[in-house]
Design a binder for this molecule. Structure first.
Ligand SMILES: Nc1ncnc2c1ncn2[C@@H]1O[C@H](COP(=O)(O)OP(=O)(O)OP(=O)(O)O)[C@@H](O)[C@H]1O
Length: 263
């Protein structure tokens, strides 16, 4: 885990405000994540965790503050020495650094597994077809689905589809991988397989990961830091052994107790 060559974090949220109408979801959020760090966001429903990932995917725009990625403005762009809100084309170029896996797998239903994985590299990044194919084969091996390369998504279980979605995100060689409750839509018996694949990726790559999850065991295993969110602010943060083992804030204690009782 290291800071950027520039000395700064890979991702920086600086006084970020995000509103939906009158609903202020993030109210001056400050957040730094270093290159290679794996971070988990936990907290009650509606506290703004998914919104953070969606801002990084440029699926939402901020209402105030700034986001930086790799020391460069992300929510903004430099125009003659002044920072102005980023244009669509600027955002499109910037978001190539970032991959996301969603709760719903969102695979292309009419394409084979192979095509699902090679489509982005070939069409968005201009990678040659043979190279994209080879990478798809490597990634399918990594997620344990080599034998499904010619299958269609409808022939796969939810867990298998989610593993293809993970392979598809990694095929774009992102620096940052965002995981939004990737096991929430799965039948319980399929959850472990997907989490094992993610544990492997965490162990074998130095990709920067931001996960929103209710799987506390997984959060404990893979995270360098856990952020407890409450009402759009960070109530508490720390390494998992500290945050889970010795939480300081009342809000964290109540939340963890409720999650454990639920489990
Ligand atoms: N597109 C949208 N339009 C209006 N309100 C939205 C939109 N997206 C999110 N919100 C609101 O923003 C708040 C934060 O939502 P967000 O999904 O980030 O929370 P969360 O912490 O990820 O919750 P959960 O654990 O339930 O996914 C909620 O009050 C939600 O209703």
């Amino acid at each position: 885990m290291a800071d950027q060559a520039s000395g700064g974090p890979l991702i920086r949220f600086e006084e970020v405000v995000k509103k939906f109408g009158d609903n202020v979801v993030l109210n001056g959020l400050n957040l730094d994540i270093n290159a290679g760090e794996r971070v988990t966001l936990i907290g009650p429903s509606g506290s703004g965790k998914t919104t953070i990932l969606r801002l990084l995917m440029t699926l939402e725009r901020i209402n105030g503050g700034r986001i930086w990625v790799g020391g460069e403005p992300f929510s903004h762009m430099d125009k003659g020495g002044k920072l102005v809100p980023a244009s669509e084309s600027y955002l499109r170029a910037k978001r190539k650094r970032i991959g996301m896996v969603f709760q719903q797998f969102n695979l292309f239903p009419n394409m084979s597994v192979r095509k699902n994985i090679t489509e982005g590299p070939v069409h968005t990044l201009g990678v040659g077809k043979d190279e994209a194919d080879q990478r798809a084969e490597e990634l399918l091996e990594m997620v344990g689905l080599s034998d499904k390369i010619d299958a269609h998504p409808t022939q796969l279980s939810g867990g298998q589809q989610q593993r293809v979605a993970i392979a598809r995100a990694l095929a774009m060689r992102p620096e940052i991988l965002l995981l939004d409750e990737v096991t929430s839509a799965l039948d319980p018996e399929l959850v472990a397989g997907v989490l094992d694949v993610l544990r492997d990726i965490a162990r074998s790559t130095d990709i920067t990961m931001l996960c929103v999850t209710h799987e506390m065991g997984f959060a404990r295993d893979v995270s360098h830091r856990v952020f407890m969110f409450d009402e759009g602010r960070i109530a508490e943060e720390g390494p998992p052994e500290q945050l889970f083992g010795d939480p300081q804030e009342e809000r964290t204690k109540t939340f963890l107790k409720a999650v454990l009782e639920n489990e």
